[in-house]
Design a protein around this ligand. Structure first.
Ligand code: SF4
Length: 351
């Protein structure tokens, strides 16, 4: 019988229920393996994901390995399904690995995604639709340097017209594709989100062990803007008690302004089961003074409290006004309300 909670994440990645045996494409010295998969679908429909737009993710899993990453849960679902289908005989070590660890050590590469996307667009057109690349994993993670799946997808899109296209990434590798992005921007409506939750390089390293440094992301944002690409900052996730302070968020806005960002968006941390199993021990190790409050709240909740999210939304809106950014309300910030308290750091989880 179908398990609804598992169907949605699988659909999000377009992974077939019965995947073929996975071919090992490469292996790093630290043990990360790259496995080829043949996706059933190039893009995932709004109905399948509940996100209100079409989405595409060239990779399942992400070597950046951010401690808070919610996509760990999707990777777990994908691997469990593939294992039940007998599709992982080449990689028995995967069975001994915790899901949160497999997420960053076993990267599934959607080889031939571009050809599948081209066939899909030829057949169905999708004129005027919105397609977002990188909704679940980073399309410019280190694997992309080698496999160029994202670049091949962009080449397909550059040969067409009339979509609204979004790309989300933490990686300056995106500037490698400025040529294709410029063409896409002329033929479609293109917007790029550079994901950055803090300009504090030391804090970023403690939260995101292998992601690019903040200054490198900001430089990439500036280069995108200089090339005339619509681009801005996505502060996601904003981590309670760590990156949500007034001074920290203001520093983010100062950096966004300096880089010429067109917008700044953000939303609070969410933790599914696999993400929680990674992040809560990480908080205990790196930020022990916060561990009890995190365990108390996220032990039983996926999201920060409603009051917290409202207060965060208000703080972001005020900063947008101060810095002259348009105050578009994204769904994650839709709940407005009075600031919970006038402290520097937002009240954690509304308590
Ligand atoms: S870069 Fe994005 S997808 Fe990759 S681990 Fe970090 S949060 Fe997850």
């Amino acid at each position: 019988m179908a398990e609804p909670s598992r169907q949605l994440p699988l659909a999000e990645f377009g992974v077939p229920p019965l995947a073929p045996t996975l071919e090992v494409l490469d292996e790093r010295s630290r043990g990360t393996r790259f496995l080829a998969i043949a996706p059933r679908a190039a893009i995932n429909s709004p109905q399948a994901t509940g996100m209100g737009f079409w989405s595409l993710n060239p990779y399942v899993g992400c070597e950046f390995g951010c401690s808070y990453c919610y996509a760990r849960d999707t990777h777990r679902f994908t691997v469990e399904r593939a294992r039940r289908a007998g599709a992982l005989p080449v990689d028995p070590a995967l069975g001994e690995m915790e899901p949160w660890q497999a997420f960053e050590r076993r990267i599934l590469v959607k080889r031939d995604l571009a050809a599948l996307l081209a066939r899909t667009l030829d057949r169905h057109g999708l004129q005027d639709a919105t397609l977002v690349i990188g909704t679940a994993t980073d399309p410019y993670q280190p694997a992309e340097r080698q496999f160029e799946i994202t670049r091949s997808v962009l080449a397909v899109l550059a040969a067409r017209r009339g979509l609204r296209i979004g790309i989300t990434t933490k990686s300056p590798l995106i500037v490698r594709d400025l040529d294709l992005l410029a063409t896409i921007a002329r033929r479609h409506a293109l917007s790029v989100n550079i994901s950055l939750t803090t300009v504090d390089a030391t804090l970023a390293r403690r939260l995101e062990p292998r992601s690019p440094a903040p200054h490198a992301r900001l430089r990439a944002l500036a280069r995108l803007r200089l090339a005339g690409i619509d681009a801005g900052l996505l502060a996601a996730p904003i981590v309670p008690l760590l990156t949500d302070g007034r001074a920290a968020l203001r520093a983010l806005f100062v950096a966004a302004s300096a880089a010429g960002a067109r917008f700044v968006m953000g939303h609070a941390l969410r933790l599914g089961p696999a993400a929680r199993n990674r992040f809560l021990p990480h908080v205990l190790q790196e930020f022990p003074e916060l561990a009890e409050r995190y365990r108390t709240h996220f032990g039983t909740h996926h999201s920060a409290s409603r009051e917290y999210r409202r207060a965060l939304s208000r703080r972001l809106r005020a900063l947008r006004r101060d810095f002259g950014f348009a105050n578009e309300v994204e769904p994650s910030e839709a709940e407005d309300g009075p600031m919970a308290r006038p402290s520097t750091q937002l009240g954690l989880f509304g308590v």
